[in-house]
Design a protein around this ligand. Structure first.
Ligand code: NAD
Ligand code: DAU
Length: 349
């Protein structure tokens, strides 16, 4: 039985990846390593917690001794590394936390894999999950390809870019077998409500203002999270060694248009009069260093591995909204406690 370590599996994307791997690969044993920070939640993977090919391990990727022991004990065949500090706004307030987890933590994992595998890399793979934000910002035209130079603008994207460089360096210098993907904005169930879509769904439900940064003309390329999990599965199994793939939704939206669409669907779902939720839109002070536009050219993964998104944005958004409306207890749970003070600090000028 192959032993696969997935880091960050109690977070948003990680929970979908863990679920997919546990269900789809009974011949693997999946170890989900997560520190359960504010963003990690065991409720996100409750449905698979008793599966016989699944083990949850609470631990921090920055704890060198603990990670070395974990690798020595289980001798993993593969690593799918998602654990990270992931929110741009938090990185502006506390950049060092991002260096610690995203750069140092990735280094600790790379070192542990290198030491454990001892140059015997047959059947081994280190898969690093990264973001399109490492490429910086686009103007009105163009798309990010795998050869676009790195040009990160936020502490978050700089920390992810740095970790990407170390992964490549371990491949070049020590021969560590790696694959790396850079994905666009995900959305879907279990998304923590500090990010645009779940934050606005939660605020619409509660009739709270919808804080649109700047003029709302910033553009993101949105991908349904389960389609990202499918891509991760494909790249882990069929991606070329020492290679990078961009993953995106072919789905660009200016924030303000997306927010208006969200408002329309929510009004229908909540039985509110048309136009009710749009009245909550409030323009607030901009994010410092705000990247204007992200858009991914996902031709390579499409041509080489046959991947493409399976749902349209309207379908994915509807599934997402339905999930949040059916899981208000999950929302209430994650927005109680520390969330209120985060919200107050972030959105009170
Ligand atoms: P998330 O914030 O929802 O989850 C991160 C998880 O990592 C949490 O469960 C948290 O507890 C865990 N974690 C954080 N620090 C840890 C540490 N030191 N040790 C162990 N576990 C720790 O993040 P997400 O949105 O699911 O993103 C997952 C990965 O995908 C990240 O690497 C992120 O950079 C990347 N990514 C995210 C998006 C997106 O749109 N969300 C897009 C592209 C790439
Ligand atoms: O592109 C991939 C990245 O997408 C991931 O690497 C990050 O982990 C993920 O958080 C996401 O980053 P963004 O900064 O693009 O996502 P966020 O949801 O924070 O913001 C999306 C857009 O909405 C962005 O232009 C900022 C804007 N925004 C966001 C919030 C939270 C607002 O206008 N108001 C808000 O309150």
């Amino acid at each position: 039985m192959k032993k696969i370590l997935i880091t960050g599996g109690a977070g948003f994307i990680g929970s979908h990846v863990v679920r997919r791997f546990v269900k789809r690969y009974p011949q693997y044993h999946i170890f989900n390593l997560d520190a359960l920070t504010y963003a990690g939640n065991l409720e996100n993977i409750k449905d698979i917690e008793n599966e016989s090919n699944y083990t949850f391990v609470k631990g921090d990727i920055t704890d060198e001794v603990f990670i070395a022991d974990l690798f020595a004990t289980h001798d993993f065949d593969g690593v799918v590394h998602l654990a990270a500090e992931s929110h741009v706004d938090r990185s502006i307030v506390d950049p060092l936390a991002f260096v610690k987890t995203n750069v140092f933590g990735t280094m600790i994992l790379l070192n542990a894999a290198k030491k454990q595998w001892q140059g015997n890399f047959e059947g081994k793979r280190f898969y690093h999950i990264s973001t399109d934000e490492v490429y910086g910002t686009l103007g009105a035209e163009g798309l990010f390809t795998e050869t676009t130079p790195y040009d990160p603008n936020s502490p978050y994207s700089a920390s992810k870019a740095s970790s990407d460089h170390f992964v490549r360096a371990y491949g070049e210098t020590y021969g560590l077998p790696y694959v790396l993907t850079n994905c666009s904005n995900n959305y879907g169930p279990f998304h923590f409500p500090e990010k645009l879509i779940p934050l606005f769904i939660n605020n619409i439900i509660n009739n709270k203002p919808l804080p649109v940064y700047g003029d709302g003309k910033y553009t993101r390329d949105w991908l349904f999270v389960e389609d990202h999990a499918v891509a991760i599965d494909l790249v882990f199994h069929e991606g070329k060694n020492h290679d990078t793939y961009n993953i995106g939704g072919f789905n660009e939206w200016q924030n303000i248009d997306l927010v208006k669409l969200l408002c329309q669907i929510m009004d229908t779902k909540l039985g509110r009069e048309k136009g009710t939720s749009e009245q909550l839109i409030t323009y607030v002070k901009d994010r410092p260093g705000h990247d204007l536009r992200y858009a991914i050219d996902a031709t390579k993964i499409n041509k080489e591995l046959g991947w493409q998104p399976s749902v349209t944005f309207e379908q994915g958004l509807e599934k997402t909204i339905d999930w949040y409306l059916a899981n208000t207890a999950w929302l209430e749970n994650v927005t109680s406690g520390a969330y209120a003070s985060y919200y107050e600090k972030q959105y009170t000028n």
